[in-house]
Design a protein around this ligand. Structure first.
Ligand code: MG
Length: 259
């Protein structure tokens, strides 16, 4: 075993530093440098601690906006003003024919978690029978589709950015089991003349497996057409698609990102 002559000294230093670290952790701070510092030194103990976030198992992080907690769709609107999809047993279900639902609040760049399931008795045939979609900013779709088993065009299967990028792998669970999407969505930016300044992107973990790796958004989702951008507001609703199939959702939360 290698000896560590400085370890006793470092241990004492660490003990002395702990109260100061706890004090800093108690207050939310940004990683802003003091005016006289050009950059932080390596292991600089004056560098502010990140904000503490509670992460209870199987629940939303403490700083997340909970969009569905198992009881109601109060954070959502639908055609005619009310999101009247079915809510039961801790999940909600598409009411076929009622139209898409969207959040009352707008979001730009964000981290989003959602769980979805195709009922066990559904028959998936291509794009039919098991289809929904998660829309960022009401226009950029991450496809939700029963894809185990079910073959369709690959830029329209589960985990695909619809019409743009297939998933890296097929991580879909069979019908009757809950799937999870964890998404980092970066909103596009537009110049004052409406032209694109920076494309948006998605990074997607599908049941914990990477399926979109910082994939660029090519424009607003379109069916059987090339996607195009058109300038829009910096924060817009998150939507879920009524494609006529009774898909189920639960545990939906979002954490807005600074940019
Ligand atoms: Mg869809």
């Amino acid at each position: 075993m290698r000896s560590c002559p400085l370890c006793p000294v470092l241990s004492v230093a660490a003990l002395v530093a702990i109260p100061a670290v706890l004090l800093i952790a108690a207050a939310p701070v940004q990683d802003a440098k003091p005016a006289d510092k050009k950059e932080w030194g390596v292991h600089d103990m004056a560098r502010p601690q990140p904000t503490m976030v509670e992460t209870p198992a199987s629940k939303a992080p403490s700083d997340a906006v909970v969009l569905f907690d198992g009881t109601n769709l109060d954070k959502w609107t639908g055609n005619g003003g009310t999101a009247d999809w079915f809510v039961k047993d801790g999940y909600f279900e598409v009411k076929p024919g009622s139209g898409n639902i969207r959040t009352k609040d707008g979001f730009g760049s964000c981290q989003l978690h959602i769980e979805w399931m195709i009922p066990a008795d559904r028959e998936c045939k291509g794009q039919g029978g098991c289809n929904s979609g998660l829309f960022f900013m009401d226009r950029y779709e991450l496809q939700i589709l029963g894809s185990n088993p079910n073959q369709t065009y690959v830029d329209g299967m589960a985990g695909a950015m619809y019409g743009q990028h297939p998933p890296l792998v097929n991580a879909c669970r069979p019908n009757g089991q809950w799937n999870t999407y964890d998404v980092i969505f970066h909103a596009p930016a537009f110049k004052s003349d409406g032209s694109l300044e920076k494309a948006g992107s998605m990074t997607v973990f599908f049941n914990g497996v990477l399926v979109q790796d910082n994939s660029p958004i090519l424009g607003a989702t379109a069916h059987a057409a090339k996607a195009k951008y058109s300038a829009h507001e910096p924060a817009l609703p998150i939507g879920l698609q009524d494609h006529g199939d009774p898909l189920r959702f639960r545990n939906v939360w979002v954490r807005p990102l600074a940019k």
